[in-house]
Design a binder for this molecule. Structure first.
Ligand code: SF4
Ligand code: SF4
Length: 269
């Protein structure tokens, strides 16, 4: 087996069901909240000076899952991730290590350990799976770096398409809830923790409003003036230099959000 051929067989150890921020679709988030789980909004903004060339798959992936906005004079694209947050075992994990919502489990749980982001190279060292899960001769996961299982390929594609189709719902949600702060992409996330019932109702309304709209939804319109939060002096100085609204992490009193530096390792879709 070379570096881009990977065999995999799940040992059902359930290590991947602990200590997560688990990305959810809008529908999954509504269901997660209905079951009593906690859902956070992770917000990042990507400075967007010009459209990248189509061969830049990483930028294309970020573009697909984000909406256009601004921060002062700086054009940005804002990516909002709905994430089930839990420390320790997932609230749906049973004592026998089985998933208690197996038939309704989130898309990302069905896809793991494969990658969804096309610009992220697969690396088993970054996965929770034990060494025996990667034993040569079990099922083929990757060949020449490409997924081979038709079901996983279909799920990854569905996840990417759902992310893209739900961008307008997230833009509506941010407007409805007054969410206007994001971390600079690749530095971290601004994490909003809102009242569970408020978030659930806002998600339901945003989804419903989108489905009942008669006019086309403008996924690419400018969506608000955002404040960009950072804990780095150099980044704040760079934001000021281009006329963006920078804000130092941790100085905001009595707000429903916090700052999560990227080094804290968030599993990203
Ligand atoms: S929903 Fe199920 S599969 Fe997903 S993390 Fe929780 S227990 Fe694991
Ligand atoms: S950590 Fe890997 S081997 Fe263990 S249950 Fe999850 S996917 Fe399977």
């Amino acid at each position: 087996m070379n570096g881009t051929d990977v065999d995999f067989a799940c040992t059902q150890c359930a290590k991947c069901c602990h200590d997560l921020r688990l990305p959810l679709t809008v529908g999954e988030a509504i269901d997660w909240l209905a079951r009593g789980g906690a859902v956070q909004l992770l917000c990042e903004a990507i400075p967007w000076f010009a459209e990248p060339p189509p061969e830049n798959v990483g930028a294309a992936h970020k573009r697909r899952r984000s909406f256009a906005a601004s921060s002062g004079e700086l054009p940005v694209r804002v990516d909002v991730i709905l994430a089930a947050a839990f420390a320790g075992p997932c609230p749906n994990l049973q004592l026998d290590k089985r998933c208690g919502i197996y038939e309704e489990r989130p898309l990302v749980c069905r896809i793991y350990p494969a990658e969804i982001n096309p610009s992220v190279a697969f690396d088993s060292r970054h996965k929770a799976c034990p060494p025996e899960a990667w034993a040569t001769g079990s099922s083929a996961l990757l060949r020449a770096g490409r997924l081979v299982d038709a079901r996983t390929i279909e799920l990854v594609e569905r996840s990417r398409q759902t992310d893209a189709s739900e961008v307008p719902v997230k833009a509506l949600l941010c407007r409805a809830l007054g969410i206007d702060r994001a971390a600079i992409s690749n530095e971290g996330f601004v994490v909003y923790e809102l009242d569970r019932s408020v978030l659930r109702e806002a998600l339901r309304r945003a989804k419903e409003r989108l489905m009942t709209r008669t006019a086309p939804v403008e996924g690419d319109r400018e969506d608000g003036d955002w404040r960009l939060v950072s804990n780095r002096d150099a980044s704040l100085a760079a934001l000021a230099a281009v006329g963006a609204h920078g804000e130092r992490a941790g100085v905001q009193p009595n707000v429903p959000f916090g700052y999560l530096p990227l080094r804290d390792s968030v599993p990203l879709p």
